[in-house]
Design a protein around this ligand. Structure first.
Ligand code: IMP
Ligand code: MG
Length: 191
């Protein structure tokens, strides 16, 4: 349930970090790289990390010029605040086995690295033919666990961002750009 149904999303924004045009251009570039790298591969499977990855997956998938399947995995590592709780949990598992398949994880953002480190180890144990990671955003300054990421859209500073799938307290995912919220928004929602 939207706790603030009359909230004006745009007036909560302090500044836009990555606008729609920049997102679109970079995602086209990433998709072209993936299309080239997976030449000749028949069994490509994109695994979207829910919830934050859903918009990125939808744009990336349409720009990749290779046949591929998609599946979803629900992972939870955050409470309702802006810092990871550190405990990663699978809240919805894949529909299909991935043994022998070429898997590309599609994630919104890598922060501490805990989520993707957990996912990489969990999925590797299921014997895929290959496993790579594609993230739209990367906060290198916040890394606690070193995770190898093959495709990175944008490196961003240590600021909490929303939009294009990313939320604060489940809101703002539908903004078409990546933005930083006004400080008072955190105070308001966490009160
Ligand atoms: P990690 O496990 O610390 O790498 O965190 C990864 C997850 O935390 C991401 O998949 C996001 O769901 C969430 N997250 C990290 N930073 C942000 C942010 O700036 N805005 C919104 N969600 C974030
Ligand atoms: Mg995520």
């Amino acid at each position: 349930m939207n706790k603030n149904p009359v909230r004006d999303l745009n007036s909560d924004i302090d500044h836009v970090l990555i606008d729609e045009t920049a997102l679109e251009m970079r995602i086209q570039e990433m998709a072209a790289e993936i299309t080239a790298d997976y030449e000749g591969i028949e069994d490509l499977l994109l695994i979207c990390v829910l919830k934050g990855g859903y918009i990125f997956l939808s744009d990336l998938s349409r720009a990749i010029e290779r046949p591929h399947a998609i599946d979803f995995m629900g992972i939870s590592s955050y409470g309702s605040g802006t810092r990871s709780s550190g405990a990663v949990q699978i809240i919805m598992d894949l529909k299909e086995p991935i043994v022998g398949r070429h898997v590309l994880i599609v994630e919104d953002i890598i922060d501490s690295g805990r989520t993707l480190d957990y996912m990489r180890r969990n999925l590797l144990a299921r014997s895929p033919a290959s496993l790579r990671i594609c993230t739209l955003l990367n906060k290198p300054s916040r890394r606690e666990i070193d995770v190898h990421v093959e495709y990175i859209g944008f490196n961003i500073p240590d600021e909490f961002v929303v939009g294009y799938g990313l939320d604060f307290d489940e809101i703002y995912r539908n903004l078409p750009y990546i933005a930083v919220l006004k400080p008072e928004v955190f105070a308001h929602l966490q009160a």
